[in-house]
Write a protein that binds this ligand. Structure first.
Ligand SMILES: NC(=O)c1ccc[n+]([C@@H]2O[C@H](COP(=O)([O-])OP(=O)(O)OC[C@H]3O[C@@H](n4cnc5c(N)ncnc54)[C@H](OP(=O)(O)O)[C@@H]3O)[C@@H](O)[C@H]2O)c1
Length: 381
């Protein structure tokens, strides 16, 4: 299976219907007393994380502007966008729409080049109070340590060594995120910067198709392959929990750097598998395959959130979230995340073509699982 773990930039289908179940729970939140409504500018905002930030921020009484090229269409919360000021430009070469205006908070979601963050942070430093940069745990690549917290060294330069394309992408991404963090702090100073480093995000609206395997496969029931050893650590986070955490940090002016990684308590692959088993109340039996060489032979080096914890990926799911938890990160029930994600996947907002492309991909595990299981049973007999 040739999934590229960092292959996050994908075009979505054009979609325009509402998903009431995603919005309904938001309206119960209230802004705490003494918290004033914020004027927020989101660079990006129409892809995966942004719409959830917008829905939550609006429910808290904040005002939102987005800055995008006007190309990406959200697949969640699109009904909220008539309450959002939509500024159009291009981070590559046209920032004119944000050359005037003042904001309490800038959220830089769409950072794809260090240069982009340098320019917007410099442009906005005297007209915005706080700059929040959406970074990634990718800044810790290569993941060689037993545990990593926010004070650990981040990746500031790409090594000049021979490497495969996927490793190159990991290095490029880590350096881009880490140096963009630096540009944020250079312009705004530590006391006006918030850096959030999410691990793999999943949930409704995900364009990466990295996690959707689990909701689809669990809903089908039957005999199911679980790759990885019992204690292999796994980390993931519902995108809505990241969105709420980020807005809450800004409301409380909690500047600094935070690893946004769930679950709240560290877990291993088999615990993860047991936790998700009852998601759809159907009959499921697991076949655990712990044999790394066999998994590699069968092109199964990862099935996010499981990533074989070897080599540069040893510590990929050993990121400490203590600081984030202490400062308000809450992780919702994993089974609910899976059910909501499947409801979104099967809803009219996505095209059948998109679903078919993933579900019928001959290289994908949905199509290959039966064959791998039969090989595994043959090997054992
Ligand atoms: N997905 C994960 O698991 C994960 C994990 C850790 C960190 N992150 C980080 O989380 C952040 C948010 O990710 P996301 O998936 O929600 O969204 P995203 O990929 O940041 O969404 C792209 C947004 O940027 C806008 N955009 C793209 N190119 C632009 C340009 N040249 N000028 C202006 N706007 C542009 C898009 O709108 P237009 O196309 O209309 O311009 C869209 O609103 C990213 O920085 C990502 O690196 C993601």
């Amino acid at each position: 299976m040739k999934l590229t773990r960092r292959n996050f930039v994908k075009k979505s289908g054009q979609v325009l219907l509402a998903l009431p179940l995603l919005g309904s729970s938001l309206m119960s939140f209230k802004l705490p007393q003494n918290t004033r409504p914020l004027k927020i500018l989101i660079l990006g905002g129409t892809s995966f994380l942004g719409p959830h930030q917008i829905a939550y921020a609006l429910s808290r009484g904040h005002r939102i502007s987005t800055f995008t090229r006007g190309k990406s269409k959200p697949t969640v919360h699109f009904d909220k966008f008539d309450k959002v000021e939509q500024l159009i430009g291009d981070r590559e070469n046209d920032l004119s729409a944000i050359e005037t205006g003042e904001w309490d908070l800038v959220i830089d979601n769409s950072g794809r080049k260090t240069e982009w963050t340098r320019k917007t942070a410099q442009l906005l430093k005297d007209r915005a109070s706080i700059y929040m940069y959406t970074s990634s745990t990718g800044v810790y690549y290569p993941y060689l340590k037993e545990s990593v917290d926010e004070n650990d060294q981040v990746l500031l330069t790409e090594p000049k060594i021979e490497m495969d394309d996927e490793t190159k992408l990991e290095y490029w991404y880590g350096v881009m995120k880490a140096t963009s963090e630096e540009e944020t702090i250079k312009a705004f100073g530590k006391d006006r910067s918030i850096i959030v480093r999410p691990t793999y995000m999943m949930g409704p609206g995900d364009k990466t198709d990295r996690f959707i395997y689990w909701p689809i496969r669990l809903s089908r029931g039957g005999e199911m392959l679980i790759p990885g050893q019992a204690q292999d650590p796994v980390q993931y986070i519902d995108v809505r929990d990241v969105a709420q955490f980020m807005i809450n940090l800004a409301e409380k002016n909690l500047t600094g750097t935070y690893n946004a990684a769930g679950p709240e308590k560290a877990t291993g692959m088999h615990k993860f598998a047991e936790e998700i088993k009852p998601t759809f109340s159907n009959e499921i039996s697991y076949v655990y395959i712990e044999d790394y060489p066999f998994l590699l032979e069968n092109e199964l080096p990862y099935l996010v959130p499981w990533i074989m914890p070897t080599g540069n990926n040893y510590g990929t799911a050993r990121i400490k979230n203590k600081k984030a938890i202490e400062n308000g990160l809450k992780c919702r029930d994993l089974k609910q995340s899976i059910r909501d994600t499947l409801a979104w996947w099967n809803s009219e907002v996505l095209t059948q073509e998109r679903r078919d492309k993933f579900e019928n991909d001959p290289k994908g595990l949905l199509q290959r699982e039966e064959m791998i299981l039969s090989k595994w049973k043959g090997k054992k007999n």
